[in-house]
Design a protein around this ligand. Sequence first.
Ligand code: PAF
Length: 288
Amino acid sequence: MQTPAVVTTVDALRAVVGNWRRAGEKVALVPTMGALHAGHLALVAEAARAAPRVVVSIFVNPTQFAPHEDLATYPRNLERDLAALAPAGVDLVFAPEVGEMYPEGASTVVTVGGPSQGLESDARPHFFAGVATVVAKLLTQCAADVAVFGEKDFQQLAVVRRLARDLSIPTEIRSAPTVREPSGLALSSRNAYLSADDRARAAGLHAALSGAAEGVRAGRSAESAIATARAQIEASGFAVDYVELRDAGTLGAFEPDSGRDGRILAAARIGGVRLIDNVPVTMSKSVA
Ligand code: PAF
């Protein structure tokens, strides 16, 4: 079990990845902000299935935090993250400083329309420009064949897919399902901020979304299923930012009769902690 090697500069990253590619080895990238948990390790496992060489980036990206958000207190512990990655077969960690990613005078911002509209953007208007800018940089810096993102951040995943397509970035974007606690609570680095009480009540978020998804699949109207889910989430002790059913592919409006899959996405706050989650609404008929 070897702790992965760490590079902190783009030149060093390119040198290592370039050697692998010249040797004909495929490379998969898992972008993270550190504070790694089992959800990240599932992304790493997916990356390892996709390519023999796995790079994990660890960078708490300042441009995706608003001034009032938790950039200063976001959990950072590189040693612990490296120890978590050691048994996972990660070859390289790219852990740049802010100045490496955003050199003095950096003035290029990537904004994605389409799937970035609404949902998270209503509460966090700065967020996707920060994510898209840093992900565009990571994808071009690493030049990986594959990059893996979690379905937990479903809107982010859609934004990243759109950005890679629109900018002709030749990295294949793959996803991995959300990892949950036995209670159904989606794993998130921000769960560390929850009190024991709120953590127990937070399981109500996933239960409510799953119930709504089941209802829509069974033919209940989206309005009624979503209204019930919202009331249940509030009854668990949350203040709801949004609960919405969208088309799973485009994140545009969901059309129940189109046969296309939907996704119910939600964000809600409990005990000062903002959690997001989402569940699939599978409408495609299974072939007997
Ligand atoms: O999902 C995250 O951890 C971040 O948004 C990402 C994709 C690493 C960009 O900073």
